[in-house]
Design a protein around this ligand. Structure first.
Ligand SMILES: [Zn+2]
Length: 140
């Protein structure tokens, strides 16, 4: 029997999802596919600087699984840089998770990526009376 796979969480989708070596036509390049889970594993570790324990919690996976995803992501990025391949960030099976905050001064609400730090003030009025209102999960 196959064990059901836990739903993986991704907090932020890439802004740019394609990278290629300069001056070489795409048709002549080998393409590497980095999944969005792999992208998220890298983002949480290398940009947000979370521990592996925290990263695995944020992605809703076990630590060994997180470690495998991160390792795979690093190998792919390295392969692309060292061997001059194109890198496409696409696919994966995950849930896009965002956090919603509300400002009690101006009543505005906004969403931020899961796994980023708590905002200090309202982006609209800079008020400090802000609170997290709910966890939004968007199925992908
Ligand atoms: Zn405000």
């Amino acid at each position: 029997m196959v064990r059901p796979k836990k739903q993986r969480y991704v907090g932020k989708e890439p802004i740019i999802d394609y990278f290629k070596p300069r001056g070489i036509p795409i048709r002549d390049l080998e393409e590497i596919n980095l999944t969005k889970e792999e992208y998220e594993a890298l983002r949480l570790k290398e940009i947000e600087n979370y521990s592996q324990v925290k990263c695995s919690e944020l992605m809703n996976v076990s630590q060994p699984t997180y470690s495998r995803v991160l390792d795979s992501a690093r190998k792919k990025i390295t392969d692309a840089i060292v061997n001059g391949k194109a890198l496409k960030i696409e696919g994966g099976v995950f849930k896009l998770v965002k956090r919603k905050f509300k400002c009690f001064d101006c009543k505005s609400e906004w969403m931020i990526a899961f796994g980023t730090g708590r905002p200090n003030s309202c982006p609209k009025c800079e008020g400090l009376d802000i609170q997290r209102v709910s966890l939004e999960k968007i199925s992908v």
